[in-house]
Ligand binder design. Structure first.
Ligand code: ATP
Ligand code: MG
Length: 427
């Protein structure tokens, strides 16, 4: 290991276990092509972190000194994307390699900011930044030290500008720079911290943890569509239960799902239900089942929805209307924070209203239901709730038997007929 005065640590090839065999062919093609043309190009971000931890990276990102236009000239299969920061997607048959130019830091002094390179609004929340920089600058503007490592395939070294190697050893999620400032710039970083802590089984550095608890309400300022993407990552990562614990400890649930969070906090039993739902998500993930977001939301909010539905029925609503309206209203209300797409909301409505169809076991109805687009997700929900609550086991057996006799040929939902909108929302 070499250290130089500029706070850089370089790990030589015999001091780490990353090998090119672990990196996808497409990524290597991009890296080598850039290198051949004389550009510095590194594997960057989460992939280096995961390889250092002997985990399989989800995707590979490349960081380079070549500008987006220079990248485009080198690769025919390249698209430039991004308004906030332009970067290149190099598209291969089975993989797209995100290739971004080294970025400069966000200006901290008024002089820097005056150069018009970055605009900030809302007490420091960054809305636009478009400056290219050096590798070190690029590393230091990333979120956490362990996400700021580079792997240089030209000499097989791992380059650390931010102290990420030490934090990997210590199993610590640590913000680069001042946590209050970094979380204000981009509040989504707070839920990323919870996700990485849960997924990697790391601790969050104490000062950062305290900062998240102080700044948690800022999450309400994050873009709802970005939040939707991040929320899916939180619960589909295979460690949803652990991630949820971190979200709770850091007070991040409330700014995402306010009414639901108030409801959960009223009674410890409700908390257990949520945890059971997340355990189920993790089991499905472990079994490598591909679960649609609608089933995720149906499960997480299942007990909450069922309680509200029961109240509505008690107040005189028809069961179908009660189920559909409750789910629609709740998920629609979340959209200010987390923009769940309308199609997903309708699918969750279907999962809950379809629970009523499971009660109709006579005549041709069961066969027809079983062939319908939303059956499989509704059935997985039924299976989960009957087993968790040890109720309606006969009903479950009836449908399980029917399924065994008539294997379902079609994929869950999609391609189905257009979903019905709740009546009161129709134009
Ligand atoms: P995952 O395993 O979920 O892909 P990742 O660390 O690769 O984890 P990405 O969202 O793919 O996460 O982002 C790639 C890299 O970009 C990160 O490792 C980090 O260096 C940087 N990054 C992502 N989001 C932010 C952010 N909000 N602020 C600063 N840097 C970020
Ligand atoms: Mg990634």
């Amino acid at each position: 290991m070499n250290s130089s005065p500029e706070n850089i640590t370089i790990l030589q090839r015999d001091h780490h276990t990353i090998s090119r065999k672990q990196i996808s062919t497409a990524t290597l093609k991009v890296l080598y092509r850039l290198h051949e043309e004389g550009f510095t190009a590194y594997l960057a971000g989460g992939a280096v972190r995961d390889l250092m931890l002997n985990r399989q990276p989800k995707d590979f990102d490349v960081a380079t000194e070549a500008t987006p236009e220079q990248i485009r000239r080198l690769f025919r299969n390249c698209r430039i994307i991004g308004r906030r920061f332009r970067l290149a997607h190099v598209i291969f048959k089975n993989e797209t390699i995100e290739t971004s130019t080294f970025r400069a830091p966000i200006p901290t002094t008024p002089e820097d900011a005056q150069q018009g390179k970055t605009m900030t609004v809302n007490d420091g929340l960054v809305i636009r930044d478009n400056l290219f920089g050096t590798p070190e600058e690029d590393a230091l503007r990333r979120d956490f030290t362990i996400n700021a490592l580079f792997y240089d395939p030209s000499d097989f070294t791992v380059i650390d500008h931010a102290g990420g190697l030490e934090d990997l050893n210590q199993r610590l999620i640590r913000v680069i720079g001042d946590p209050d400032r970094r979380f204000t710039e981009d509040p989504v970083r707070m839920i990323r911290a919870a996700r990485f802590a849960g997924t990697l089984d790391f601790q969050i550095h104490q000062a950062d943890f305290d900062s998240i608890r102080r700044n948690a309400p800022l999450l309400e300022q994050a873009s709802p569509s970005r939040m939707y993407e991040e929320v899916q990552k939180l619960f589909f990562c295979g460690h949803a239960k652990k991630v949820y614990h971190w979200l709770e400890k850091t007070d991040l649930i409330r700014p995402m799902f306010t009414t639901f969070s108030d409801w959960v906090e009223e009674d410890p039993k409700r908390h257990d239900w949520v945890i059971q739902a997340l355990e189920q998500m993790d089991r499905w993930r472990e079994a490598q089942l591909s679960i649609h977001p609608s089933l995720l939301f149906a499960l997480i909010f299942g007990e909450y929805h069922e309680t509200l539905i029961a109240q509505k029925i008690e107040q005189g609503s028809a069961p179908f209307d009660a189920a559909r309206d409750t789910v629609y209203q709740h998920l629609n209300s979340i959209c200010i924070q987390v923009r769940i797409p309308k199609t997903v909301i309708y699918q969750v409505c279907d999962i809950m209203t379809n629970q009523l169809r499971f009660r109709k076991t006579k005549g041709r109805q069961p066969q027809r239901f079983m062939q319908s687009a939303g059956f499989l997700d509704a059935f997985l929900y039924l299976k989960y709730t009957t087993k968790t609550h040890n109720r309606d086991l006969d009903l479950l057996e009836f449908w399980a038997q029917l399924r065994r006799e008539n294997p379902v040929k079609r994929a869950p939902h999609r391609a189905g007929p257009r979903r019905r909108r709740p009546r009161n929302k129709r134009k």
